[in-house]
Design a protein around this ligand. Sequence first.
Ligand SMILES: Nc1ncnc2c1ncn2[C@@H]1O[C@H](COP(=O)(O)OP(=O)(O)O)[C@@H](O)[C@H]1O
Ligand SMILES: [Mg+2]
Length: 315
Amino acid sequence: MSTPGAPRSAAAHADQYRIAVSPGIDTDEDHDHGDELGPTGRPYRPVPEPQPLERHGPATVVAVCNQKGGVGKTTSTINLGAALAEYGRRVLLVDLDPQGALSAGLGVAHHDLDETVYNLLVPPHAATDDVLMRTRVDGLDLLPSNIDLSAAEIQLVSEVGREQALARALHPVLDRYDFVLIDCQPSLGLLTVNALACADTVLIPMECEYFSLRGLALLTDTIEKVHDRLNPRLDLGGILVTMFDSRTLHSREVMARVVEVFGDTVYDTVISRTVRFPETSVAGEPITSWAPKSAGAQAYRALAREVIARNSRRT
Ligand SMILES: Nc1ncnc2c1ncn2[C@@H]1O[C@H](COP(=O)(O)OP(=O)(O)O)[C@@H](O)[C@H]1O
Ligand SMILES: [Mg+2]
């Protein structure tokens, strides 16, 4: 059992969760960084250019999870989703936060919706297709939420199989998608456990701040418990450092510590701090379409390539 503030070694994590880091794959010339050191302080690992898919599904389910708020979960869900869709992947985004920021960030007037994820989780269960929405991005669909979802946690407590309510709701549509990204709320409560119980892998966005390290041990403990008790498929996936500022010593020191503790689990792609992201929330669209050439859009495309490469063994 690890204690808060002292996460277990990366080797232990890698061992436990069989973290796959695609070794020795051909490098695409467009993204070849040579021996150049990336923002993680390591050389970039080679990542192949994603190949077009001949058929779609079954989906790899990714829980985007961190019990700390404001670390970039929703931003990463939207923009990774849109970048995966640009690579021809069919993507379903699931808003599992009663704040509905994911839905709002995609321009959905979520307060006015009759049926949301809430209706999928509690009886009488709605049909998943009745809640599903298209977004303005081709290949990117959404299961939206609003404040109704805050009641689900309480109502689910007395249900049999309460941890599997989301898995049951997603099951009928998994074959249609290549990736399902679940935007979790900032807590480790029952909704988040539902996400982990049906996920193949976890993406942990982490703000590049010293105190962010502390919560990670609790999160990895929770992932471990869900892995042992509910979902043996679950692996730790990857840690995505967000809101990085290469000019500050603090950012670089935190980065070095994260890499020291979590090793290869940390994505080579790092998301820098930029006002372009708050702008996109107001615009209600992903950065890949709002500012397609921006560094932020390029970063989420690079993340999409890493995510596709790390999960290719599953498909
Ligand atoms: N890389 C970034 N640089 C600057 N601001 C960001 C970045 N990523 C997210 N933000 C902003 O920070 C706030 C919190 O991000 P959000 O994705 O909603 O976090 P979470 O879902 O973890 O609570 C939002 O206003 C968002 O626009
Ligand atoms: Mg959020």
